[in-house]
Design a protein around this ligand. Sequence first.
Ligand code: ATP
Length: 227
Amino acid sequence: MTQPVIGIFGGTFNPVHIGHVRAAIEVAEALELAGVEFVPAACPPHKNGEGLLDFALRLDLCRAAVAGLAGFSVNPLEADRPGPSYTCDTLAALAAARPGERFCFIMGMGDLLGLGCWKNGFGLGRLADLAVHSRQGQGIETFCAFLTDNGPAMGATPTPDPAVWTLPDGHILHFVAVARLDISASDIRRRWRAGNRLNGLVSESVLAKLLTHTDALQAGWDRPLSA
Ligand code: ATP
């Protein structure tokens, strides 16, 4: 019997939106993951901090976004560490806390392309399986071109399937094509500042929660939302 694999979906989630949720669902289905844990970054090292909502609120929004999705949950473990929330530290902490479990870190294509700037980014494949999903029209060609250049630094070796590469210590790197939803949290914040509606970009449960925190949004995103 193959070992169940838990997806770990890291992000700033400022706020979580339907692009995040659909990507996570489609990766979970494609790789037959046993579950997916959304892991909001307490202190995102790669964002400029523009309008960052409190961790507690981003966590709460993530909980609303995955409520009712069997196997999906939200893990607040990055709040336990001071300083920038580096993914390599998160994966190491998960491995230490839950020995015997197998994890697959999920990231969009943009994150793969920027991995060289992450702390120990090319070493993530020693800590967990990796799943990279398409984003903004960048698919398997971008994935393979990146690995042709950077696969050796990551210890990634091709297999006959271009969407599957082997990684050190028995880990696997997957590419998963997901439905293209050109939604971003920064666009959502921009729409908020313009006083536009967010319906359809975030789930109704997330929107309802946002509307009960207009003071926090005003402080973080600059402008009150007109109902
Ligand atoms: P921002 O616009 O503030 O940079 P974002 O919308 O890209 O934020 P993040 O929290 O930075 O959201 O993203 C977390 C993860 O979700 C990343 O791996 C990112 O590539 C992925 N992701 C974000 N938006 C989408 C989307 N619309 N479709 C697929 N993946 C997405």
